[in-house]
Design a protein around this ligand. Structure first.
Ligand code: LLP
Length: 441
């Protein structure tokens, strides 16, 4: 049975609402100890939460590396990690170590990548409104590709770049493909703030202008149709629409963007990198794109999303007889705004009793001063859940920390990387002093 639930359409499986958390939603290195508690690569998760406090993002570093290698295996080196999904210096270093490229979409992301020592020639600079300062920084750093998004940007770059040191650019094309996903994360449709429309003829005009430029060396095209897409058909459509334009352009590089969907809750499907690569490459071939073309992708969510959980401590349990039980945790919309923004679904489970049946229907809410501050609308937890317990939401590795805020002056959580040799703090918790440091009185 297929239903539209929250953000995405998913297939409802046979899982009983009270079943324990499906283990496939947890990071790969997770296991359940003889004590019934969650362990990750030799570390007891509740001990980590006690040591570092909660809320706490915990990433399985080995899983990110394994997924990076898998991407490399299927796409060659032609993968740029979309750093908007999650970025800190440790993450940028990991991406550099694994030999991927990185996509940055602002001067801030670019600066983090550079300060991590990310090789500039493997940086792809995005943005629909890059400022002069951002463009200057990108040019000065010598980024590998600048993805041009508008005619105004061509003007800006023509002013900044010298003929002696031309920069390599791609044109961002809006293919007019509507991916099956939430409207807010759909980007390839004609009515979009991003890129040059194929249907309007703008892409053709940009191609003509850039081919003649002596300062901007046009080497490829880029498109991105949206995010959290499960249907490979949407990607095939993207390829088919771009192929004639790409082929006639005589360019060599074609980046199909990111967007591959991942399962967040029971019953949602998983799409393999292998199948994604296969369908992109096969449809490219079938659409007449020469084998010599460099086919590239730019995944964010599918690389890091499944590799993390967020651990919270339960602070209050409020039962409204016959209506609902609210379980308040010590984070909320500030560390994961996705449920509020997109109505996204998450699972929740008790960290020290992973295999317990989750027979109690609960609404997991945060500590912010808004009724809409909901993390899990229709969650299930064991009946035994009480104040002081640690609970966790899995699949929070993408667009959680990166979209976090310090609303209500609740500091952003700390982030840990756990690997086979131990664990390390990669982002410390934001403190009130950090916030006060911005305050000019
Ligand atoms: N490339 C470009 C140009 C993009 O705009 C994006 C995402 C990606 C690659 C990576 O897409 P991914 O593989 O992560 O789907 N905040 C939303 C997602 C917004 C995605 C924005 N662009 C969410 O939490 O669902």
């Amino acid at each position: 049975m297929s239903e539209t639930g929250g953000l995405f359409s998913y297939t409802v499986g046979t899982i009983d609402a009270g079943d324990p958390i499906p283990l496939h939603l947890l990071p790969q290195g997770c296991g359940v100890g003889s004590d019934g508690a969650l362990w990750l690569r030799g570390q007891k998760v509740s001990d980590l939460a006690r040591e570092f406090g909660s809320p706490l993002f915990i990433y399985d570093e080995e899983q990110i590396r394994a997924r990076a290698r898998e991407l490399k295996e299927h796409f060659g080196g032609d993968v740029a990690y979309a750093s908007k999904a999650f970025l800190c210096k440790a993450m940028a270093k990991l991406v550099a170590d694994e030999g991927l490229h990185i996509d940055v979409a602002s001067g801030g992301e670019l600066s983090v990548a550079l300060s991590a020592g990310f090789p500039a020639d493997r940086i792809v600079m995005h943005g629909n409104n890059k400022s002069l300062a951002e463009l200057k920084l990108a040019i000065l750093a010598g980024v590998g590709r600048i993805v041009i998004d508008s005619f105004d940007e061509i003007d800006r770059l023509e002013e900044l770049v010298s003929e002696k040191r031309p920069v390599k650019v791609w044109i961002r094309v809006t293919p007019g493909v509507e991916a099956h996903t939430h409207m807010f994360v759909m980007t390839g449709q004609h009515d979009s703030k991003f890129g040059f429309g194929l249907m309007s003829g703008d892409a053709e005009i940009a191609l003509d202008r850039l081919t003649k430029s002596k300062k901007l060396e046009l080497v490829g095209l880029h498109a991105h149709i949206g995010s959290q897409i499960f249907s490979l058909e949407s990607f095939v459509k993207e390829v088919e629409v771009l192929a004639p334009f790409f082929t006639s352009s005589g360019l060599e590089e074609l980046n199909f963007g990111g967007g591959l969907g991942i399962p967040y809750i029971s019953g949602e499907p998983a799409v393999d990198f292998k199948d994604w690569a296969h369908s992109l490459k096969e449809s490219a071939r079938a659409s007449g794109i020469p084998d010599t073309a460099r086919i590239m992708v730019e995944p964010g969510r599918s690389l890091v999303g499944p590799a993390a959980i967020t651990v919270y401590e339960v602070g209050t349990v409020k039962e409204i007889e016959g209506i609902r039980t609210y379980v308040s945790v010590d984070g909320g919309m500030s560390d994961n705004p996705r449920p509020v923004l997109y109505d996204s679904g998450y699972e929740v489970f008790k960290v020290d009793d992973v295999l317990a049946r989750r027979d109690r229907r609960v609404t997991i809410v945060g500590k912010h001063c808004e009724s809409g501050d909901i993390l899990v609308k229709d969650g299930q937890l064991p009946v035994s859940t009480k104040v002081g317990d640690y609970v966790a939401t899995p699949v929070t590795g993408a667009y959680g920390y990166s979209m976090a805020s310090n609303y209500n002056k609740v500091g952003r959580p700390a982030v840990l990387f756990v690997n086979n040799n131990g664990y390390r703090l990669v982002l410390r918790r934001e403190t009130v002093s950090d916030m006060l440091a911005l305050d000019v009185d």
